[in-house]
Write a protein that binds this ligand. Structure first.
Ligand code: KPL
Length: 301
């Protein structure tokens, strides 16, 4: 299956690199990374030890492939959709953090099936041309509003063929909300306190993480998606335990003085709660703190 990975940073490079062992792959990445991949291939380190040779470019316009995998940050989804719209794809799969990405893609790519997915592989792009897998995980994908279409089945088969642990499920909205609840509990706390994911498992951060996660699960239920507090709390503990030594994506963003995905994670919980007249005080405070940091760095208004 010919695939374009749009936004090949950490996760995108890992997924693209693993797919390249079996399929034709194009990475759309920052120019320094794309150039390194063109010159010497993509080095996979950590859990996988390999060198693969996908094509690489920094220009994502007018590309054609069977599949586009979108791994850009949530705030870049609109721009990614505009670039993808200049090309042609049989299906698009979002493997992004936060909510609302699939709707943005579908709104601008009329007629192209947009699939949703979550990824629990740990990945860090160490330097241009080098990505390290810091933890084997799983990709769960399916139709964005629920169900399993033919494109979802074919993408699942292509991923499995490339040795990527993949499950194709018929209840993606539930998976997306559960992942959102996990990210709401781990990401802002580890970012604001410069700690690894395991920090939320015990100690002073534990209650805060549990509150943020349970609030997100409640909002999910109010939005008609059945995620119980127990399921969400179990999920946040499982993920924090499995990724304890890892640095969350939001903590990496703060450390690198980059804009975060707070709007699509805790900010999304706050917005949906406000529409329904629900109080989510922990998510509200965490959102305000991360936005204050971004504002102080001149990254947002
Ligand atoms: O998805 C993640 C992220 O870092 O954004 C978690 C689940 C926290 C794993 O690091």
């Amino acid at each position: 299956m010919e695939t374009v990975v749009f936004g090949a940073g950490s996760l995108g490079s890992l997924v693209g690199g693993l797919l390249a062992r079996e399929h034709d792959v194009w990475l759309v990445a920052r120019e320094d990374h794309a150039r390194a991949v063109r010159e010497s291939g993509l080095r996979l380190r950590g859990e996988f030890d390999d060198r693969v040779f996908p094509a690489a470019t920094s220009d994502g316009r007018e590309l054609e492939a069977d599949l586009a995998v979108v791994t850009v940050k949530a705030f870049d989804t609109g721009a990614a959709a505009d670039a993808l719209a200049t090309g042609s794809f049989d299906a698009v799969l979002s493997l992004q953090n936060g909510m609302g990405n699939e709707e943005t893609l579908a709104g601008r790519l009329e007629g192209t099936p947009v699939l949703a997915g979550t990824a629990t592989y740990g990945a860090v792009r160490r330097e241009p041309g080098v990505v390290e897998c810091t933890g084997r995980g799983e990709i769960v994908l399916g139709d964005r509003t629920g169900g399993v279409s033919q494109p979802a089945k074919e993408v699942g088969e292509a991923f499995t063929q490339a040795g990527i642990e993949t499950a194709v499920v018929d209840d993606m909205p539930r998976w997306l909300w559960e992942k959102l609840a996990v990210n709401a509990g781990i990401n802002p706390i580890t970012a604001l306190t410069a700690t690894e994911n395991g920090a939320v498992l015990g100690g002073p951060a534990n209650d805060l993480a549990r509150e943020a996660t349970a609030e997100a699960a409640r909002v999910a239920r109010e939005c008609g998606v059945a995620v119980s507090d127990r399921e969400a709390l179990e999920a946040v503990e499982t993920v924090a335990d499995a990724t304890a030594p890892n640095t969350s994506s939001m903590a990496q963003d703060l450390q690198a003085d980059r804009r975060t995905e707070i709007d699509a994670i805790n900010g999304y919980v706050v917005d949906r709660a406000a529409e329904r007249g629900i109080e989510v005080p922990t998510n509200r405070v965490l959102t305000a703190l991360v936005r204050t940091w971004e504002h102080g760095r001149g990254i947002r208004e």
